[in-house]
Design a protein around this ligand. Structure first.
Ligand code: PMP
Length: 440
């Protein structure tokens, strides 16, 4: 069966709104290191790592061995009603790594479930269903998380179990405060937060949830320190701070193990998923025990923190820490941003290059403006880059409020040679996009 035939069957039986990349979507059937191979035998350098799920790359012996050893016991999973040694050990490590005092951990299967749990904890703890979130945010695709998502293109339902107000701050490039210095930008966002609290809420807000760098929102970010400044306001009202570390955790931002640390603050609650299992489904919530234990009824996750997922996660954590992949992310992130800024200097279709570590966004605009893209009927520049990079053997991500941001997030085991190879491909693809929207 060809990929085209598989696509036809996919379209017939899976929902229309299940997003697929590329004019001709690919099926990945093999992978090793930072490379994946599709069903037709083409190999690609993977600069999206399965939307950051493959933190350390593919076919890593330490991870495969840990998973295989668990599989060989015959116990893929029984139930979280019984003790799971790997879960206890993983929780102990994450509680310590979190920096949250007196922390407890609850495991889920995804980032969505982790954020749903965080919302339930915060709203129960504070006895309020009011939540603050950032404009341009993405937190998942269940009923509560869709409601707090501040990105229209991904907010599949307009109905909501929570009352949410969205504040400025996360997306500086398109913020009304973008012209201000770092300090003034922070002050303006804090003033906006105070205004939103005073004017759109009933005054007993449960929590604020933030992505330190907005993932689906196009790797958009505020100046360091913004969330520390927010925390001072939140503390005045007893509002909990939840950091959604689903994309920014595990050292990917290079400078810190958790994205929120760049803001000089330890949140009350953190949520995580994606890279932890290096491809196995695992997520979770870490919170002060007082918050975690505010639930009085029983709860369970049938599969959350199962023996196979926790074996993969423990091996991934070991690998990340032993090989200082955070340091590698910092070093190669700088190399990529430098190379991309050189490309931007020659192509005014690039409006912004931003990021930290191996989370880098390239925002494409109508040349010479900040307008998000060329719009209809010409194909969007980001679409051109997506197709051109694929044609040259590189997989990248796309995102942003307007779908005009190229997202680069390779496995954190990336090498300098691979970074340079990707830069060459990106230069050609951005050149093609420039040619498409502003022919010389
Ligand atoms: N939070 C963030 C910041 C995310 O990027 C995502 C997934 N893109 C989620 C939550 C939801 O995670 P999942 O898809 O595992 O449910």
């Amino acid at each position: 069966m060809t990929e085209a035939e598989l696509l036809a069957r996919h379209r017939a039986v899976l929902p229309d709104w299940l997003a697929l990349y590329y004019d001709e979507p690919i099926e990945i059937v093999r992978a090793g290191g930072r490379h994946v191979t599709d069903a037709s035998g083409r190999t690609y350098l993977d600069f999206f790592a399965g939307i950051l799920t493959n933190a350390i790359g593919y076919g890593v012996a330490e991870i495969s061995d840990a998973v295989r050893a668990q599989v060989d016991t015959g116990v893929l999973h029984t139930s979280t009603l019984y003790l799971i040694r790997g879960q206890v050990e993983l929780a102990e490590r994450i509680a310590e790594l979190s920096g949250i005092p007196d922390a407890k951990v609850f495991f889920t299967n995804s980032g969505t479930e982790a954020n749903e749990t965080a919302l339930m904890l915060a709203t129960q703890y504070r006895r309020s269903n009011q939540v603050l979130a950032l404009r341009n945010s993405y937190h998942g695709r269940a009923f509560g998380t869709v409601a707090i998502t501040g990105n229209r293109g991904w907010a599949a339902s307009s109905l909501s179990p929570v009352r949410v107000s969205h504040v400025h701050g996360g997306y500086r490039y398109r913020s009304p405060f973008r012209h201000l210095s770092d300090a003034d930008y922070v002050a303006a966002c804090v003033a906006d937060l105070r205004d939103v609290l005073a004017t759109t809420t009933a005054g007993d807000v449960a929590a604020m949830i933030v992505e330190p760098i907005q993932g689906v929102g196009g790797f958009a970010m505020p100046p360091d320190g913004l969330f520390g400044a927010f925390e001072e306001v939140l503390d005045e009202h007893g509002i909990l701070l939840i950091s959604d570390e689903v994309q920014t955790g595990w050292g990917r931002t290079g400078e810190h193990f958790w994205g929120i640390s760049a803001h000089g603050v330890v949140p009350d609650v953190m949520t995580f998923a994606k890279g932890l299992g290096n491809g196995m489904a695992i997520g979770g919530v870490v919170a002060r025990s007082e918050v975690m234990d505010c639930l009085t009824a029983n709860s369970i996750s049938t599969f959350g923190g199962n023996p196979v997922a926790t074996a993969a996660a423990r091996a991934t954590l070991d690998y990340l820490l032993e090989h200082d992949l955070q340091g590698n992310a910092a070093k190669l992130g700088d190399r990529l941003v430098g190379g991309l800024r050189d490309i931007a200097a020659d192509h005014d279709v690039v409006g912004d290059v931003r990021g930290k570590g191996l989370m880098i966004g390239v925002e494409l605009v109508r040349p010479g403006t900040r307008e998000p893209g060329p719009g209809e009927p010409s194909p969007a520049a980001a679409g051109v880059v997506l197709e051109e990079t694929k044609a040259r053997g590189l997989l990248v991500g796309k995102g942003g409020l307007h779908g005009n941001v190229i997202r680069l997030a390779p496995p954190m085991t990336l090498t300098a040679e691979e970074a340079d190879e990707a830069l060459d491909v990106l230069a050609a693809a951005v050149g093609a996009a420039q040619e498409e929207v502003a022919p010389a």
